[in-house]
Design a protein around this ligand. Sequence first.
Ligand code: ZN
Length: 275
Amino acid sequence: MDDLVTIERDGHVATMTMRRPGARNAQDTALIDALDAAFAECGADDGVHVVILAGAGPVFSAGHDLKELAVGDGSEELLQRRSTPEGRLRHEQEMYVDRCLAIAEFPKPTIARVQGAAIAAGLMLACMCDLIVAADDAVFQNPVLRMTGAGVELLVEPWELGARKAKEFLFTGDPIDATEAWRLGMVNRVFPADRLEDETMALAQRIAAMPPVTVALVKRSVNKTFELMGKRDALDYHFMVHQFAHDTATAQEALARRREKGSVRDIVAERDRAF
Ligand code: ZN
């Protein structure tokens, strides 16, 4: 895909950059496909030891592309596909769950470099990475409950924040800032915004200098620890809860209202107004 995701090499570090800054790097089908292809490329290249996942512009990622999902974006195909529970489940399984879990299981260390905001599926994406570093101006938020959604497709919050904070975060939909995210253990390091790029690269280069086979094994082992704690089953369970929530009367009415609005600006304004 044409420059939707670029890969820049600096020694053994590859910086993978999402480039839809005008849409705050909202993840539409094309961007998700481009990310998938970029991970495949970096995975196949033995010269890449570490991947930095970044977003161009002021915001890391504002989440799924609401325009594509709520209003349709030129083609009616996706809306048609999502118009039945089974079609939507399959779309979300293939495009969101499987693609995200492939990033979590990517056999090399990954660092999400977050500036501005990581919202909803933007947060989900960042959390698929092994480390998260953030600019001091970054915020993290999952406001989908305000829009009637039960989280996004993968419920990362209990694993990232602990049960009690996860509930507050999801129930209120309020953002937490980078320092709070660091305090809670979701973010590894916080840097001044103007130093984020350099500091992330310095950290990545340190990891890239480690024996790559051993780093991959350690990653695998830490991931397995969480799997043994039930993470995979919990994610599967939540995905079905999430699907059920899509079909509640509350959610269906809200979706119909969003379609009438026809503009993402109005949809987001409604989401943020009442709360
Ligand atoms: Zn969904």
